[in-house]
Design a binder for this molecule. Structure first.
Ligand SMILES: Cc1ncc(COP(=O)(O)O)c(C=O)c1O
Length: 365
């Protein structure tokens, strides 16, 4: 046992700046629902990722659905998605009758394997939805996916929920390669508004459609004229106040996440039972510390006795009861059996990381 406080696998991080901003907002008598603060948050995000448009919505799942619908996908269309991803990726499509088709990921980048994508394309395929896992990009380069999509007249969409602060080597922010990209601001993300997400795009028509879809099909705020159908997926200015302050802290967090990753890499380098994936720390920012760990479940139990929280990585989606699709996808199977997220919060101290590495060493040696 240890007398250390429990180390959570992930924890959002808010400070006095967020509190002050909320106080000021409340003193100003705003309506709380989305308005000027939300607009300012959208502008800040658009500038950061280099997008012409950013539309904030209430989470990073519905942002995927709205991106897909705004790009013209409809019930019966097929979209190729990774078999290793958060279940929101396929659910965002399936809930609207769009069929996710699961393809395995590469063992090094954990992004879609382009050779398998190529094999899966058929006449019903309308799009490829990439999930840049932990901020990574496919080993063949994003341009190979752009060429493949163009060759088959497919839409390219990016579920960049885990990728704020990550770029492609050509300088574009991840999420900006396809027709639309999506981010999440849920509690474990590099910045958080508790819940929240956004769609980014350079396409005026897609942006306009997303804005209508999230606001009952309204043509502009406040009026009750509806040319098209929509629901209510709006944000709040309260969340935007938090988001604006979180965004100011993003550049520091990007650097700290990279330092944390490097410290784990050197602290665990001599342990053969732990394997890191490939992560390009020049261009990308690891959201979580993800590893393949031998005897993973026993390690998880041991680390718990040391007051260290971990989280097992996503299981292969085709084997989730909600999907239950026959087929073996070796890389996602391996991740499901042995993938582990170690404590990854930006506020972890070096001393805590060293303690975690020593605890892992104690388990294996
Ligand atoms: C890859 C991916 N897509 C989508 C989501 C869903 O985002 P949200 O929780 O904001 O709905 C997540 C959240 O973890 C995610 O990791």
């Amino acid at each position: 046992m240890t007398d250390r406080e429990f180390i959570m696998q992930m924890q959002p991080w808010f400070g006095d700046e967020e509190k002050q901003s909320l106080n000021d907002y409340m003193d100003g008598g705003g309506f709380i629902t989305e308005f000027k603060q939300t607009e300012a948050f959208e502008n800040q995000l658009a500038e950061y990722v280099g997008a012409k448009h950013c539309i904030v919505v209430n989470n990073g799942t519905i942002s995927l659905s709205l991106a897909a619908l705004a790009c013209g996908l409809q019930a019966g269309d097929e979209v190729i998605v990774p078999n290793y991803t958060m279940v929101a990726t396929p659910n965002s499509l399936k809930m609207f009758g769009i069929e996710p088709v699961f393809v395995d990921v590469e063992a090094d980048s954990l992004c879609l394997d382009i050779a398998l994508v190529r094999e899966a394309i058929n006449e019903k395929t309308k799009a490829i939805m990439l999930m840049p896992a932990n901020g990574r990009y496919p080993s063949v380069g994003i341009d190979a996916f752009e060429r493949l999509a163009a060759e088959h007249n497919l839409l390219l969409l990016e579920d960049a929920a885990q990728s704020l602060g990550s770029h492609y080597p050509d300088g574009r922010h991840i999420g900006m390669a396809g027709m639309a990209g999506s981010f999440s601001f849920s509690a474990p993300k590099i910045i958080s508004t508790g819940q929240g997400g956004c769609v980014v795009t350079n396409d005026d028509d897609v942006a306009d459609k997303v804005r209508k879809l999230k606001d009952f099909g309204r043509t502009s705020g406040g009026n009750d004229y509806h040319e098209s159908l929509g629901l209510n997926f709006k944000f709040t200015d309260i969340q935007a106040c938090i988001g604006i302050e979180q965004m100011k802290k993003l550049p520091w967090r990007v650097e700290r996440k990279k330092e944390i990753y490097r410290r784990y890499q050197s602290g665990l380098a001599h342990i053969d039972e732990i394997t890191f994936f490939v992560q390009d720390l020049t261009y990308t920012t690891p959201w979580f510390i993800d590893v393949i760990a031998q005897s993973r479940d026993q390690l998880v139990a041991f680390l718990k006795t040391q007051n260290i929280g971990t989280r097992v990585m996503y299981p292969p989606i085709n084997k989730q009861p909600a999907y239950n699709i026959v087929g073996e996808h070796p890389v996602s199977n391996l991740i499901g059996a042995s993938g582990l997220w170690l404590p990854s919060a930006a506020q972890l101290s070096d001393d805590t990381i060293d303690y975690i590495c020593h605890s892992i060493e104690k388990f294996y040696c």
